[in-house]
Design a protein around this ligand. Structure first.
Ligand code: CP3
Length: 368
């Protein structure tokens, strides 16, 4: 348990781990606070995973969910990309669908079919069946994995905890799997909006507790993934989703760590997030950074930093010249931001070339 919070370094002070995590010079944290970092901070969404042979090696003997629930192995795969590449952050190895798996639903990952959640939430009685987990008791593994990962980080690297935003997690809980049309989500929203918003509220409550546990365990920044935010009409998103997200974000501020918010699928709903107290806005690969910046400024967002946003498939199929050109373009587009954290605009895919990822980092840090 941390004994106190240091407002200057934005870190919980764990006396026994001071030398490992309390450093005033973490480039990612400086940028997230809108300050000039000592170097250009960079990390990659889903930087741990199947494109790394060392990850495949561990996965050979361990199912994905068992890996998420094994603190020691989860810490190991979290650190794998940092051993290969000079990155500024580790993101804890887990998944946004772990919370529903502890709220009474059964989560499975079928090979080639993505995630499946049993008994989707489609009525008031389905909603009543769900329960709020006691994270420390029911699922301490993510916190333990964070504490374990911290031991392998240098003083300049930042430990990021994460969760799915209520709307994106609710989408999986309502559809029961991934979806192309989000038909069940819209059926519930349009026919029983109070059940829909009830589910979002329940998720906001448990997501706060889940992320609080991660900060207690040592997370120094948090990221919320609203991957499917762009699936709703912007007005519906503002009316039915933003109010609950806003409550969650206000509560998360009490944890005093920077918050990175990712709004997936296009820049349109950036217009809807003006009321959210976001430190870092992560932009998906569809929207040019300069366009995202002008929207954020127009709407008066209090953001301090922007994150993103290379198309991850460029790191699978791009030429070296195309990767270098994209890095230079993104740097130029983001130069009007108070600060920028370089990243991809969506998770890395199994086809990612480690060689191209290294080239992107070299280009980012080469003196221009
Ligand atoms: O390295 C990291 O970034 C941390 C780990 C992480 C994973 N998932 C591991 C994972 C993070 C941050 C996520 C977030 C996540 N999970 C999102 C939001 C971000 C995004 O990418 O859109 C979503 C929508 C999910 C849900 C999810 N998890 C799907 C749809 C799938 C199946 C698709 C796929 O890529 O296989 C997963 C599985 C998953 N989550 C894997 C990993 C490494 C692949 C598991 C494996 O077979 O080894």
């Amino acid at each position: 348990m941390p004994s106190q919070y240091d407002k200057r370094t934005l870190l919980w002070v764990y006396p026994e781990r001071m030398s490992m995590c309390a450093s005033p010079d973490k480039p990612l944290l400086s940028a997230a606070m809108g300050q000039q970092p000592s170097r250009y901070p960079a990390w990659f969404l889903r930087q741990a995973g199947r494109y790394l042979p060392e990850y495949q090696e561990i996965r050979k003997n361990l199912d994905f969910l068992d890996l998420c629930r094994n603190a020691e192995k989860a810490a190991e795969v979290t650190l794998q990309p940092l051993r290969r590449f000079d990155l500024d952050a580790a993101i804890i190895f887990s998944d946004i669908l772990i919370p529903p798996a502890h709220m009474g639903m059964t989560l499975t990952f079928d090979k080639g079919h993505g995630p499946v959640l049993s008994h989707p939430v489609r009525s008031a009685s389905d909603l009543k069946r769900l329960r709020l987990p006691d994270w420390e008791k029911d699922a301490p593994h993510t916190g333990q994995a964070i504490t374990e990962t911290l031991k392998g980080l240098t003083a300049s690297q930042t430990m990021i905890g994460f969760a799915g935003a209520p709307f994106t997690v609710a989408s999986y809980m309502i559809e029961g799997s991934g979806s192309r049309t989000f038909s069940e989500v819209k059926k519930l929203l349009f026919s029983e909006p109070q059940v829909f918003t009830g589910l979002l509220s329940m998720l906001a409550e448990t997501t706060f507790e889940y992320l609080k546990m991660q900060v207690r365990a040592g997370a120094q920044a948090l990221m919320l993934f609203d991957t499917w935010a762009g699936q709703l009409f912007a007005g519906d998103y503002r009316k039915y989703v933003v109010p609950t997200t806003e409550v969650l974000i206000r509560e998360l501020q009490s944890l005093s760590v920077p918050l990175i918010y990712y709004s997936g699928q296009g820049g349109e709903n950036l217009h809807e997030i003006s009321s959210l107290q976001l430190d870092v806005v992560a932009v998906d690969w569809r929207t040019p950074m300069n366009r995202a910046l002008s929207v954020l400024k127009d709407i008066g967002s209090p953001f301090k930093c922007i994150q993103g946003n290379m198309d991850p498939l460029l790191l699978s199929w791009g030429t070296e010249a195309a990767v270098r050109a994209a890095v230079r373009r993104i740097k130029a587009e983001a130069s009007a931001a108070p600060a920028h954290i370089f990243n991809v605009g969506h998770g890395l895919l199994p086809t990612t070339s480690p060689k191209l990822l290294q080239i992107a980092l070299d280009e980012l840090r080469s003196p221009s």
